[in-house]
Write a protein that binds this ligand. Structure first.
Ligand code: DP6
Length: 333
């Protein structure tokens, strides 16, 4: 029985993915561009008990995972079991270096780490593109966490069989920093549900889809030209338009807390004062500020002073998913 352990890191999208062209294959309706971060890591160990029936066992940070998480992980592992022609329940144990389910993209690092660990544990040797396509089935943002640095995941039309992310431009990192301002509030609606509801009920969904492509093209060009201001301005637009479309859904998909608005204002104030920093917000209340590495301590200090911000994390560009251990482990029988 092989036991494999992998590490993957979260990523922050500057061009947001929000909306699916095909829910059953988890295909994004818009292209997205992200930066993999070093500070937010998930470490996952997977072992399959060949021929052993029963539910998969999923442990998160030392406790049994909630039923919804276990079901999502099991459905993902079923894809691998079918592909490898193997059966048997899996024992999965995962740990994050950051608060889970808080809107800090734990599904991105989580499904990237499990795609790598589980594929090795079941005896498959997939290349990076195949891993990215697989991770996408778990959570589309996870397709991007297979790679380090700036990464693009294209949009795809319904029925597409294979869709992987790929690194954008040169592989050497553009040295930037992202300060994560952790708010004292939780993510109340999962991304999958939030985007379904936006698509089904928001009158702004069509406008979001239409403009997201243009914004992603601007962000791609800004990354390739290393134009910091143009990346930041486009990233703010992408985030605000995504949230505007979500807020216009019925019932509203509102991820922001008071601290979110105050943190946005703090970023804009710093910019007025000459500190070049730009915000983005994923499906959750936390604001992430893009800045130059030399400005990161001051940006973190200022965001830390915002009411309702309980912690700041300074992240830099991170590497892609890595296999850290592979053992012939104990048989579970
Ligand atoms: C706002 O990848 O979590 O963070 O594919 O349904 O699992 P599913 O969604 P998920 O959505 C991420 C949305 C986002 C923007 C982004 O990361 O691009």
């Amino acid at each position: 029985m092989i036991e494999a352990t992998a590490i993957a890191r979260a990523n922050i999208a500057f061009a947001k993915y929000w909306g699916k062209s095909d829910g059953s294959r988890n295909l994004p309706a818009v292209p997205s561009i992200s930066l993999t971060l070093d500070a937010l890591e998930t470490r996952t160990t997977v072992r399959f008990a060949e021929g052993e029936a029963g539910p998969d066992e999923v442990t998160m940070d030392g406790s049994a995972a909630p039923a919804a998480v276990r079901q999502r992980v099991s459905a993902f592992l079923d894809l691998l079991r079918r592909r490898a022609g193997r059966s048997g329940r899996a024992v999965v144990s995962t740990a994050n270096t950051f608060p889970t389910g808080a809107g800090l993209a734990s599904s991105a690092s989580g499904f990237a780490a499990i795609a790598l660990a589980a594929s090795r544990a079941i005896g498959l040797s997939l290349d990076a593109a195949e891993l990215s396509d697989l991770a996408r089935r778990g959570s589309a943002s996870a397709a991007r966490s297979i790679f380090g640095g700036f990464v693009e995941l294209p949009a795809a039309s319904a029925g597409t069989d294979f869709l992987a992310a790929s690194p954008l431009g040169a592989t050497d990192f553009w040295d930037l920093a992202v300060v994560v301002a952790v708010a004292d509030a939780r993510k109340e609606i999962g991304s999958t549900e939030g985007m379904q509801r936006t698509e089904a009920t928001s009158p702004y969904y069509a406008a979001w889809i239409e403009t997201a492509r243009t914004e992603a093209a601007a962000i791609r060009a800004a990354v390739l030209r290393r134009s910091f201001a143009s990346l930041g301005e486009s990233a703010e637009r992408s985030a605000l338009r995504m949230h505007a479309a979500a807020m216009a859904a019925s019932p509203a998909v509102l991820y922001w807390a008071g601290a979110t608005v105050e943190a946005i204002r703090a970023v804009r104030r710093m910019r007025d004062e000459g500190i070049e920093t730009y915000f983005t917000i994923d499906a959750g209340p936390h604001v992430k500020a893009l800045c130059r590495p030399e400005d990161a301590p001051e940006v973190a200090r200022r965001l830390g002073l915002v009411a309702g911000i309980i912690r700041t994390i300074v992240a830099r560009p991170g590497r892609g998913a890595e296999l850290v251990e592979e053992n012939r482990g104990r048989s579970s029988r």
